[in-house]
Design a protein around this ligand. Sequence first.
Ligand code: KG4
Ligand code: ZN
Length: 349
Amino acid sequence: MIGVMIILGIETSCDDTCVAIVEVKGQKKPKFRILSNIVSSQVEIHRKYGGVYPTLAKRAHEKNLPLVLKQALEGAKLLPKDIDAVAVTVGPGLEPCLWVGVNFAKNLAKKWKKPIIPVNHIESHILANWLKISEKLSRIKFPAICLVVSGGHTQIILMKGVGKYKILCETRDDAAGECFDKTARILGLPYPGGPAIAAEAAKSGREQFSATLPRPMIYQKNYDFSFSGLKTAVLYHSKQTKKTKKYIQQMASEIQQAIIDVLVRKTIKAAKDFKVKTIILGGGVTANNELRKQFKEKIKKDIPNIQYLTPNIQFCTDNAAMTAVAGYYNKNQATKNWKDIKANANIKL
Ligand code: KG4
Ligand code: ZN
């Protein structure tokens, strides 16, 4: 049928092995339907190291990919001949992990005689919101401010349209997700730290807590972030204190709130400064319910007429459905010169 495209997405930039198949209908106003979305998590492998161990992640991707592909095809009830293009994350991410996905995609595309589309992982996190386009959300208004917060990145991006991005700031040291992961480890909580901190924070209650953590760079004029000081503050405070259950819960709540305060304030400032029509969140940290809620409340109070978009929770963390969507918007880069596709761990948006 004319106007329908079926894209197989592959994403291995970090520690999730992901394959998804997405149907795209319509050209002017494309609508996306997920036919299958498989995420094989490696959390159990990395948990004992308190973070992602790249060599082990690479090996696990190699082992998982054929099975995850099989599950994706079976889930979508499709055969290779039904796929129109293969979209693959080429960066940014962990170099050895990216190469596994890229090489797998190249071999597959060659074997199936399909074009391959290189995809930027940061753009994928933004375009995860496009999976929401439906009767209810028919149009995303530009310009927009995007906040991408994940284990590897914390960026505010001015977006004038799909494919038109200007990075306004990045983190000077740790990413927000990294800060969740590292402070969780200090408190003896499991990897990944974000969900673990959120769960402890939810139990914390309203009693006064002895520590107020810094909100790094919150009042600076630029939009830059810095989270390593926060981690150090947690380290020092927790060394001097007995880590009781109550202490861990209260400290988790304070960590989460410090990170939220900085992210919300800087993003809203950028939205006001650039007089944008939309705020778009993306990346693993935006799965945080408290962050989503506080953003919503602050936007309602400060800039009520703005459109506020967050991906559905399962599309905040790494997945290949968003890779397929980004592949669709980069279809002009589709190529059958498979050997030209290369991983690039530091690729910019
Ligand atoms: O986007 P993502 O899956 O992978 C990267 O591209 O890095 O993000 C993973 C990060 C981890 O640091 C994890 O701790 C964090 O997202 N994360 C969360 C939550 N769920 C995942 N952080 C805070 N709250 C959550 N609920
Ligand atoms: Zn990611």
